[in-house]
Design a protein around this ligand. Structure first.
Ligand SMILES: Cc1cc2nc3c(=O)[nH]c(=O)nc-3n(C[C@H](O)[C@H](O)[C@H](O)COP(=O)(O)OP(=O)(O)OC[C@H]3O[C@@H](n4cnc5c(N)ncnc54)[C@H](O)[C@@H]3O)c2cc1C
Length: 384
């Protein structure tokens, strides 16, 4: 049987674009299928960590950097705390422009892109047939599904996340107000604990607009829109309703099937997101690259590419996603102890900032925090 392409990649987000770029650089015939006309809006805060940028084999152009981040300001229970590092921990980027740039990096490497929507995927013995909205069918020997958290095609490989394993976020993009009530955020991301169930609210200042939102675990977050209204009232922001969009976010850790037959999942489709902070870009980029390696390997009939993909993602992400999940459960089930600690102790907050920098793992942070938290929280609560 002859195929139109070696590998088809569904979804032109960070996972799909990095998968397509990796495959094309190997000389494989690669088709990247994206349903939206780029640049398209993506519901996201746009915090791109140093951890995430470290996986790219090219620099992020200055023109895509809205804001440089060196630290965080956190709020909980009428307490506000700021911590900074000398190093940059992240940049804020606008996803529509960043994702468009990543698609061009896939094209530059030799991937073909098509603007169309995948309507069906049929696995055959040695490949896949993909039905497109335009009525066209394309065939490929393997397929990488990088179509985000909402995609119905995920179920061809794994079960749907439960309400405990999935978060729900509402995000809005609001032009900067005059005078700017967040002008003092210089170089900081702004995080508000306490309002969202098992999650937080945020203000990310992109220079000419704010990305604001709330996110929490779906099983415990009965009315996200109400939480968003309460959050915006708390921070004194109006005019957000029109641009507000809801979107799911995986937050179940790493225990999922991520490939089967001729299909490989990457990014949010595979469920790779930090359950505490909600960082998905680093995992999308890296899992796109690893899925590409595995899909390419699977073209060799002697190779066990599924085991290779599982082991390579476990080696890179398992510990961090597992401990982030534990950390998240501890923080939100015992907020008085842990959220008070994070918002009362500059050293506890500063130490956490090394996580998005990828200089400290969640496990290392947790082992640093656990013996200190009772003393820090008790001192903070008693001094009120
Ligand atoms: C509110 C919110 C805020 C967030 N903030 C941050 C943050 O600040 N920092 C961070 O690191 N992470 C953040 N995340 C997580 C991050 O956005 C995701 O982890 C990341 O976008 C995953 O990338 P992806 O490529 O897997 O999927 P996506 O970015 O979702 O891309 C999937 C692509 O597939 C396309 N597609 C879907 N179905 C089809 C189809 N049938 N045919 C063709 N194309 C299709 C879509 O149009 C889309 O372009 C946030 C998430 C949410 C919901």
């Amino acid at each position: 049987m002859t195929y139109d392409h070696d590998i088809a990649v569904i979804g032109g987000g960070p996972a799909g674009s990095l998968a397509a770029r990796t495959l094309a650089r190997k000389g494989l015939s690669t088709l990247l299928i994206e349903r939206a006309a780029m640049p398209r809006r993506k519901v996201c805060g746009g915090a791109l960590s140093e951890h995430a940028m470290g996986y790219l084999d090219f620099p992020v152009p200055d023109s895509l950097i809205d804001w440089q981040c060196h630290g965080a300001r956190v709020h909980y229970n009428n307490r506000t705390l700021t911590a900074r590092l000398p190093e940059r921990i992240a940049v804020l980027t606008t996803r529509s422009r960043f994702d468009h740039f990543l698609v061009t990096k896939a094209e530059e490497a030799g991937a073909e892109t098509v603007h169309d929507e995948v309507k069906s995927i049929e696995q055959t013995e040695s490949g896949v047939t993909i039905g497109l909205k335009s009525g066209r069918n394309v065939t490929a020997r393997r397929c990488i599904i990088a179509a985000g958290a909402n995609s119905r095609f995920i179920k061809a490989v794994r079960r749907r996340d439960t309400a405990d394993e999935e978060g729900i976020c509402i995000e809005a993009e609001v032009p900067v107000m005059t005078p700017d009530p967040f002008a003092d955020l210089e170089g900081l991301i702004d995080i508000y604990f306490g309002g969202a169930a098992y999650g937080y609210g945020w203000v990310f200042h992109h220079g000419d607009y704010y990305s604001i939102g709330v996110g929490g675990v779906r099983s415990k977050f009965a009315d996200p829109m109400r939480a968003m209204r309460g959050f915006c009232a708390e921070i004194g922001l109006t005019g957000w309703e029109e641009s507000a969009r809801a979107h799911p976010i995986p937050r179940g850790g790493i225990d999922r099937t991520i490939s089967a037959g001729n299909l490989f999942l990457a990014g949010d489709s595979a469920g790779f997101v930090d359950p505490f902070y909600g960082e998905g870009l680093a995992y999308a980029i890296r899992s796109g690259q690893l899925a590409a390696e595995a899909a390419a390997l699977s073209l060799d009939p002697a190779a066990d590419a599924h085991t290779h993909y599982r082991e390579s993602t476990e080696a890179e992400f398992a510990e961090n996603l597992k401990y982030s999940l534990i950390f998240s459960k501890l923080m939100y089930s015992m907020p008085k102890l842990f959220l008070t600690t994070m918002t009362a102790s500059e050293s506890a907050l500063r130490q956490y900032l090394y996580v998005p920098l990828n200089a400290l793992s969640y496990r290392e942070y947790l082992f640093w925090l656990l013996p200190r938290a009772p003393f820090i929280a008790a001192k903070a609560l008693l001094s009120r």
